[in-house]
Design a protein around this ligand. Sequence first.
Ligand SMILES: [Zn+2]
Length: 324
Amino acid sequence: MLAKKPPKTLQQAIVYFADPDMALATMIRLRWPDGVIKCPTCGSQKVAFIRSRMVWECAEKHAKRQFSVKVGTIMEDSPIKLDKWLTAMWLIANAKNGISSYELARSIGVTQKSAWFMLHRIRLAMQGEDGGRLGGYVEVDETYIGGKARFMSGERKRRLSAKRPFGGKVPVMGLLQRAPEGGVSQVKTVVIAAHKRLKKAAMQSLVRERVDSGSTVNTDALKSYIGLDREYIHKVIDHAEAYAQGTVHTNGLENYWSLLKRMLHGTYVSVEPFHLFRYLDEQAFRFNMRKLSDFARFALTAGNVFGKRLTFNALTGNDLPQSC
Ligand SMILES: [Zn+2]
């Protein structure tokens, strides 16, 4: 019998998930971490596995007695097999610059339309990883993203927006918590709704909802941020004068905006403003989880399909079957 370890690379993941038993075992581990399979309709544990169809049948009398591991998840109404779903999750959780529906379609052999559907569903699972509020040293900055994902620097965008408000671009606020000792920096991004654009109270409530009071907040000299010092230690860097003064800067976010730009411009090319927040969340997920292994990022994504918090063993793959 061929021993199979939990996958570490894309190539191993494809081989691992291609085995229907391994793919199913992976999903069972993520969905029922205690190994007890329960009927999603009535919660009964009296279920029998029907191997030929890879479904269970509940012993209780009710509708929908038969269920697959996909029932009640983002995959429920999809005819696409588990191996393709799992490989797609691996790809999107780990592709640094994202993956387009065309690329995914070619990689796993589905139509572009199916790939588009899968990617949007998987992004839903990635959104579950919010990570809580930010604190300590936090940078706050905005950028503008257009249909072609063009980015402009602060001064230029302000000059232009005075003439033509936003020029059809979507304003996005970024909040970046600098890495604490031994940790990694964390980012949150939020699309600034049309009616809130640059309005002081609205901009500041976006910050308050996401950052603990008492934190040190670095912003540029935008008027919308005046008054943040009531709850925060507010440090201002006037970008017309300098990019940084000691620890007062928003360079962490500047770097993040360029990462985001590479993803949107290179992979997704044109993103509808309506869908923009999904791509923002996708990139924030990979950025915030960047120190984890590929398997752990995959498991976090796949685990969220069931809305499950994962144990350390689930994140390392240690409780997956090691051989078949
Ligand atoms: Zn039942």
